[in-house]
Design a binder for this molecule. Sequence first.
Ligand code: ZN
Ligand code: ZN
Length: 246
Amino acid sequence: MRVIVLGAGDAFCSGGRRHSGYFVEAGGVGFLLDCGATTLQGLKALGIAAERIDFIAISHLHGDHFGGLPFLFLEYTYEKLRTKPLVIIGPPGLEQRVRNLYSTMYRELAARGMAFPLHFFEVTPGKEKMSHGVTLLPFRVPHQEKDISLGYRAAVDGKTILYSGDCGWNDDLVARSRGTDLFICECCYFATSTNFHVSYPQIARAYQQGQLGCKRLVLSHIGREVLERIEEVTIECAHDGLVLEV
Ligand SMILES: [Zn+2]
Ligand SMILES: [Zn+2]
């Protein structure tokens, strides 16, 4: 399994980093974990053809995680005509929010309908979803007050990765990390402490105490506070274009 970090930044593109997006390739299937507003830029900067994407799993409906879908639709409509179906998986409300977003950004084009087969699948947290041979387990994470935010555990080709999406630090992540090959965890803050994002000292404590059961831990969705104190950070951090061989 190979994971390519398309964007390791937060919503503010701190440090000039792109929004959340991870291209995963394993067992002959390619998929995205999240598709932030700058994900198409990331694909092109890194030479990854958009047609290599079979499906997309969206963690939550914030612009830095799903705002790039309309640009991908445009790519598939004009630049690289897509004929194979695209599956988009995500939390409840996904289809309406994506269609509204596309219509807001490209009203006339959206009104014509999609130029390629597009299927939405809204998942239930805790219920496995198979797509293209990948077993996805979505789980709810604390990030928004009412709307559902998800993390994912993805297993394919004998490898398992855990992706936090955006979330506050919690013991559930510790338990879910056990037995995974790679854990990509958000790390938005350093000094700031909230229930909706991870602060570096929280994950560093768990990591140093040996609580996490993943083979490799990589921090991503890295915010300004973390970048300002990067010399104090001892856990591996992602950057745009980082290739993770799992
Ligand atoms: Zn975010
Ligand atoms: Zn968010």
